[in-house]
Design a binder for this molecule. Sequence first.
Ligand SMILES: [Zn+2]
Length: 356
Amino acid sequence: MRWSFQIAKFFGIPIRVHITFFLLLIFIGLYGSRLQGARSGLFGIVSIILIFLCVIIHEFAHSLVARKYGVKIKDIILLPIGGVSEMEELPSQPKQEINVALAGPLTSIVLSLIFFFAYRLLFPEAKAVNISIFQGNLFLNLFAINLMLAIFNLIPAFPMDGGRVLRGILGLKMDLLQATRVAVGIGEFLAILFFFFGLFFNPWLALIAVFIFLGAEGEKRATELKVEISDVPVRVAMLSNVEAISPDVTLSQVLEKICHGLQQDFPIMEGKEFLGILSRGTFFSALHNHSKETKVREIMSREFTSTSEDAPLSEAFQRMNSEKLSVLPVMQGKIFKGLISLEQIGKYHMLCGLRK
Ligand SMILES: [Zn+2]
């Protein structure tokens, strides 16, 4: 993710912090100081750092269980809204999905218990106080916050962990699409309840409800797409009638082609030999950094990922998503057969939806 940098690495998984997280720290420090003086400001900053450490541990629990099932973990990013594990697509076997999703909230519950017992042990005389990130007892605060984190994440609605647990449980009895649809329905029903409840009692809850509703819809659409393209070969959706370019054409000549034609991505061929792909993304960033008279040969990369005509479309889709590519060459050995792009997959999905 842009504007984020690595602060540590555990179990081979890099932890990155997004720059906006520091803005949150500054904001909390200033807000606390204005509210109750510099001590509260400092207390707020320490609280936020500790809370986010707990969030990282929660994310690590998801990631380590997912890795046990062979899922590659790219990194864990800390954003002001929480932590995100960037990983390949999660397992769609119900039991694995349940275990990966449950690992986070269970870890938060364990953390909350640890803080609770530490609090009782270290401060046996203390009386209960209000939970705040600006004052009070850090141990008691972290107990309460981890408990809330666990409960909030167990709400059975996408994109919360509870939504995945629910789909996993339903998935033991029905297929993935059906399980997703039922889980999304329950999640959306809850979101609507939260929304109206929030309107009257707590505007934050109403906002969270909107976020849950959109997350649930997104999950449903992504699963429908995945299921629909899982037993379709790449051949069915690929662009086979494509114009190739020579590595000696210049960027300005490619610009002409893009402006006056429909094609956006070009295979680069020298005679019959396939050399690589010039995708729209690579082309525009090259145009930004090089002169228009630069030859394609100078900017192209000779390493490329490819797929084959018989590979399932869902596999090509997954590969493009995890490697952040918009297009893949379809190859048969060393022979170039065509292009498959996210756009083509979207088009195929839309058209096959219309056929039904
Ligand atoms: Zn989680």
